[in-house]
Design a protein around this ligand. Structure first.
Ligand code: SF4
Length: 195
């Protein structure tokens, strides 16, 4: 191969430059590899379900922290679960913006109670919430349960309380929910899910 004088100097300059950079530890290949470090490499993955609509798309929630005791996790990224049969990794714009929902200051995080006639909500514990719900259900069922209809046929109906189940429940949880509600005599039972 014939080299012109100008071309010869260009080749030498490029070679010297690369060698110097490599000697200083600035290998272009290594530098590129460093830039492309996967940002989710050290996160914890948790599978969940989008809470917005009845489609119930599967999610993977990425958080910093390894769930060690006393360590506080921070959710930094949410994306569609490619293994989920409903959405195969896709999310609509609402689901794709879930990170804002998670970190919203207006997000309800605890059970709250508003007394009859009051305009104020007060935070209560989960124990207190469950106890109140159970108390109300028991009292209402005792007062309104229908054992027989007008013809004397056994019906065991409880018409004054309804139940709205979660769209995020699995088939097994849904099956148990229906069994529990029907065993109490609840007739009005629905769920947000349409899957
Ligand atoms: S990602 Fe969109 S379509 Fe899927 S459950 Fe959430 S709101 Fe519904």
């Amino acid at each position: 191969m014939e080299l012109s004088r100008r071309h010869f100097f260009k080749v030498c300059a490029a070679g010297a430059g690369s060698t110097s950079l490599a000697m200083l530890g600035f290998s272009p290949a290594e530098a590129l590899a460093e830039v492309r470090t996967f940002k989710l490499a050290h996160t914890t993955e948790t599978r969940s379900t989008c809470p917005y609509c009845s489609v119930s798309c599967g999610l993977i929630v990425y958080s910093l922290g390894d769930r060690a005791k006393n360590a506080r996790s921070e959710i930094i990224h949410i994306e569609g679960d490619p293994d989920h049969p409903v959405n195969r990794g896709t999310l609509c714009p609402k689901g794709a913006g879930l990170l804002d929902f998670v970190h919203s200051e207006n997000r309800l995080r605890h059970p709250e109670y508003r007394a009859a006639g009051s305009s104020e909500w007060q935070r209560i514990s989960w124990d207190e919430a469950f106890t109140r719900i159970a108390r109300h259900m028991k009292d209402d069922r005792d007062a309104n349960f229908i054992r027989r209809n007008e013809s004397g046929q056994t019906v065991n109906r409880w018409l004054t309380t309804g139940m709205l189940a979660s769209s995020a429940a699995s088939n097994e949880t849904g099956w148990l929910t229906v069994k529990m509600a029907r065993s109490l005599g609840i007739v009005s039972l629905d769920t947000q899910a349409r899957i």
